[in-house]
Ligand binder design. Sequence first.
Ligand code: COI
Length: 355
Amino acid sequence: MSNIRYVQSLSPKQKPDASNLEFGKTFTDHMFLLDYTEGQGWHDPRIVPYGPLTLDPAAMVFHYGQAVFEGLKAFRTKDDRIVLFRPNKNAERLNVSNERLNIPHLDEAAFVEYVKALVSIDREWVPSAEGTSLYIRPFIMAIEPCLGVRASKRYLFAIIMSPVGAYYKEGIHPVKINVESQYVRAVRGGTGFAKTAGNYASSIKAQEEAKEEGFSQVLWLDGKEHTYVEEVGSMNMFFKIGGEVVTPELNGSILAGITRDSVLHLLKTWGVPVTERKISIREIYQASLDGKLEEAFGTGTAAVISPVGELHWQEHTMTINQGKIGELAQKIYDTITGIQNGTVPDTFGWNAVVE
Ligand code: COI
């Protein structure tokens, strides 16, 4: 394990019941930590018992939100190997977020090595039941104690891990989504493409309001014209309209999802017509009226593939595929989860084995 220091937990925890895992509620025995200090760079990689962090109350992250994060998963394959799904893409995207938040670059090979080292130590925590995985949450925060608004001179990179089942209580069953008509998530030139805490903080009010109305999530429209579909905070969106699959293009205010990228690869390989372009909510509504809105589904690491059975926009309700999962969404779900659990050949080389 190269230069990673290891302090073993002396009180390993009881593992949760794999048939009843709530997303992100229980954590493994260890966590990974790495410090950054201006002039010294990233240093002192270590795996230590999972536990509270001690931070100065003036740590800049608490005041100005200079924080980025990632999400990826480890799977236990049918032949009992442990694999990560495309961890190099998370390493790349972390640096895209770092760049936007003015956080120092982290070596991408080292990122993958750190994730693998932590998963390897807590490998007993990778569940094997269908639909389960070990969710991995790497994150970086500004920890210099200072109330001046400027870039921090100290950062902490941490990785924590949580055995998980489905992100939505609906699992693979279709969710109901409200198209947000008042608030916006991101604007061009802002931080929409970065995986940064503030994007999620500003989405919570709309999400809670939608939840009270019985929706699982909100679908964000663009911040300028309030016309074009962007993303659901935890997922990118795909629509199948008259045989063609459309997903909003990456325009600077949408997160470049790794599952989104994987779905695009699969669709292209299967010869399914797919376009990345601007798509207005009005076009989707019209397609629904014309009987051409065949499927809608979200994609994300936590959510995997989540079919949308109902889309509400202003006073309109669009019921999609009679509220049932579509054939294409099911095929994509089966293929991606099959690659991850080793029952479908990994022809793209997406799985990275943890020794
Ligand atoms: C992920 O899918 O990994 C995410 O980070 C989304 C988060 C809202 C759970």
